[in-house]
Design a binder for this molecule. Structure first.
Ligand SMILES: [Zn+2]
Length: 173
């Protein structure tokens, strides 16, 4: 049986009154609009982070995903930001949860926004971990952890991760 790819999430109905949205110009361009509530809807990205954890040889740590989306594929460790959390705190928390490692110092590399199948759009903040300690312990979101050199890196399913990896490589030739 063919697997039907879900459409990227879009606004179709008003979240307040439930009416169907119609395209309407907001002064810049056409966007979904609820006439009853006089409200335009925007595809704003949800903040998340990913971490760049290097070993002594300069290889980067990847986690094999044990959750959807992209179950079974390798990606940078990371996850979604919580309320009352800074980007640095999010990066260090997700690192600890997914890898078992404790990081000291997270330096912002850059940010990349991309469409997301289940969130609509995601803004991923990439953080380079300046120092870390501990033993690798994959948790329930990740079934395996492995350092990969640049030449051995697995294909990464997330556009934002790929863009941030390109940025990382450009700054670490
Ligand atoms: Zn409405």
């Amino acid at each position: 049986m063919a697997i039907v790819e879900p459409r990227p999430f879009e606004w179709n109905f008003c979240g307040t009154c439930g009416q169907s949205l119609m395209p309407s110009h907001d002064g810049e361009r056409e966007r979904p609009y609820c006439a009853a509530c006089s409200r335009h809807y925007y595809l704003n990205p949800v903040p998340a982070c990913c971490v760049f954890i290097q070993d002594s040889a300069g290889s980067l740590l990847f986690g094999k995903r044990a959750v959807e989306p992209c179950y079974g594929q390798w990606a940078l460790p990371g996850g979604f930001m919580e309320i009352h959390e800074t980007g640095e705190q999010c990066a260090l928390r997700e690192m600890r949860e997914e890898t078992g490692l404790t990081g000291a110092g997270a330096r912002l590399l850059g940010a990349s926004a991309a469409r997301s199948r289940d969130k609509g759009a995601v803004l991923v903040l990439g953080y380079v971990i300046e120092a870390w300690r501990g033993e690798l312990v994959p948790d329930s979101d990740v079934s395996d952890l492995q350092f990969f050199s640049r030449a051995e890196r697995p294909p990464v399913p997330f556009t934002a991760h790929r863009e941030l990896l390109d940025l990382y490589d450009a700054l670490n030739p």
